[in-house]
Design a protein around this ligand. Structure first.
Ligand SMILES: NC(=O)c1ccc[n+]([C@@H]2O[C@H](COP(=O)([O-])OP(=O)(O)OC[C@H]3O[C@@H](n4cnc5c(N)ncnc54)[C@H](O)[C@@H]3O)[C@@H](O)[C@H]2O)c1
Ligand SMILES: O=C(O)C[C@H](O)C(=O)O
Length: 382
């Protein structure tokens, strides 16, 4: 059983649920009780705003690839987080929209956050140019990279996207080594091990490197809600493993609503979550992959990291360095805290179907991790 879990409310912000009592019975902690109470009482709304502002952090966030399909809406959602006081939109000069333009646009939101854009030439090395942008960052979100086209696997993107990720993460290692680096760029299964191993070779803390798999959780929750009609706020499906095909393993048995779904319907539902990215790629017909839902999911993860840095205890699934299986990288529930990844939680109980799926996915994920480890053997950060 987890020590703590975060709960999304229909009102948006992440509230803290638990710590669970000695009998593992769920209960609200006093801060979340207070917030829930305040939010639900109309007369107190002004006080809530003041209370929340007083409690908010002042973090600097950079979105790299911030003028791209994911990057623009992700930048907007991060600019709206009360914990963000400074947002850098970082992209290439050849981006569809200049990063400075995205920043100018976002700078008019009536939020406390200051927004600045930075554009670099394709051949620039971020480590030479991005000091002003990255220095002082607490969180760097990386949706920079090429999306796949119909017929491609995520792993077909490794050659090009590992080079893009390396350019950025090596600059983070130099200018903001204390920042949490959230990697959205595909193939997550290989890029995260590659970047994390090179990060460790520089003597840096692997708890800062986070592979963002939140979109799988968002999709699993949505599909369970659609199938059962249960309120969205009651649905929370952990998704473990990795972020490609069969390595995506939703644990419907660990969700109060998911566990009511008849066993004969689970394989199709499982496959629907695994294939959801490919469905979007096909529907966009060569013009990219999921962007808006990814921005939504990436912001959920980014906000969870910032809440953790701000002293709250927040749990989300993420793909990180891990010891909970025989593989060195794995997605599971992760608690974020002041240093980034604070606790990587064990898998909990899996039913027979999930155990069979886990056994089958391990060799597939192992091969994709090894591709990342090989990259890190052949490359170093400057
Ligand atoms: N983790 C996930 O769940 C998930 C979900 C969706 C997409 N993705 C991945 O996210 C990545 C981005 O997707 P997108 O649809 O936003 O693509 P996009 O092409 O719309 O945007 C990518 C942006 O990155 C920028 N960029 C490229 N190289 C850069 C560099 N060296 N430095 C700074 N910026 C750089 C581009 O100029 C562009 O603006 C893809 O690799 C995609 O596969 C991951
Ligand atoms: O499917 C893709 O290539 C993009 C992303 O990984 C997704 O799951 O939507």
């Amino acid at each position: 059983m987890l020590a703590q879990e975060a709960k999304k409310t229909p009102k948006g912000p992440i509230l803290l649920v638990s710590p669970r009592g000695p009998n593992d019975s769920p209960g609200l902690d006093s801060q979340s009780c207070l917030l829930d109470l305040l939010v639900s009482s109309r007369f107190a709304s002004r006080f809530v705003r003041q209370f929340c502002t007083a409690m908010a952090g002042n973090f600097k966030v950079c979105v790299v690839g911030g003028a791209g399909g994911i990057g623009q809406p992700l930048s907007m959602l991060m600019a709206m987080d009360p914990n963000v006081s400074e947002l850098c939109v970082y992209d290439l000069t050849m981006a569809m929209v200049p990063a400075e333009g995205v920043a100018a646009d976002l700078s008019h939101l009536n939020m406390k956050c200051k927004v600045k854009g930075y554009a670099f030439d394709k051949d620039d090395k971020a480590i030479d140019k991005a000091g002003d942008c990255l220095t002082g960052c607490h969180l760097v979100l990386v949706p920079a990279g090429v999306p796949r086209k119909p017929g491609q696997d995520r792993k077909d993107l490794l050659n090009i996207n590992a080079g893009i990720a390396k350019n950025i993460v090596e600059a983070c290692a130099k200018f903001c080594p204390e920042a949490v680096v959230g990697l959205i760029v595909n193939p997550v299964n290989s890029v995260v091990p590659a970047m994390c191993e090179m990060w460790k070779k520089k003597g840096l803390n692997p708890a800062k490197i986070v592979g963002i798999t939140t979109l799988d959780v968002v999709r699993a929750d949505k599909f369970v809600h659609e199938m059962t009609g249960a309120p969205m706020s009651d649905v929370s499906v952990p998704v473990i493993g990795g972020h490609a095909g069969t390595t995506i393993l939703p644990l419907f048995s660990q969700c109060q609503v998911g566990m009511t779904i008849p066993a004969d319907k689970i394989p199709d539902l499982d496959k629907k979550v695994q294939d959801a990215g490919t469905v979007v790629v096909a529907a966009k017909n060569g013009k990219g992959s999921a962007t808006l839902s990814m921005a939504y999911a990436g912001a959920r993860l980014g906000k969870a990291v910032l809440a953790g840095l701000n002293g709250e205890v927040v749990t989300e699934c993420a793909y990180v360095e891990s010891k909970i299986t025989d593989l060195p990288y794995f997605a599971s529930k992760v608690t974020f805290g002041k240093q980034g990844v604070e606790t990587v939680h064990p898998l909990g109980d899996l039913n027979d179907y999930e155990q069979g799926r886990l056994k089958a996915l391990l060799p597939v994920l192992k091969e994709e991790i090894e591709a990342g480890l090989d990259y890190a053997k052949e490359n170093d950060f400057a």
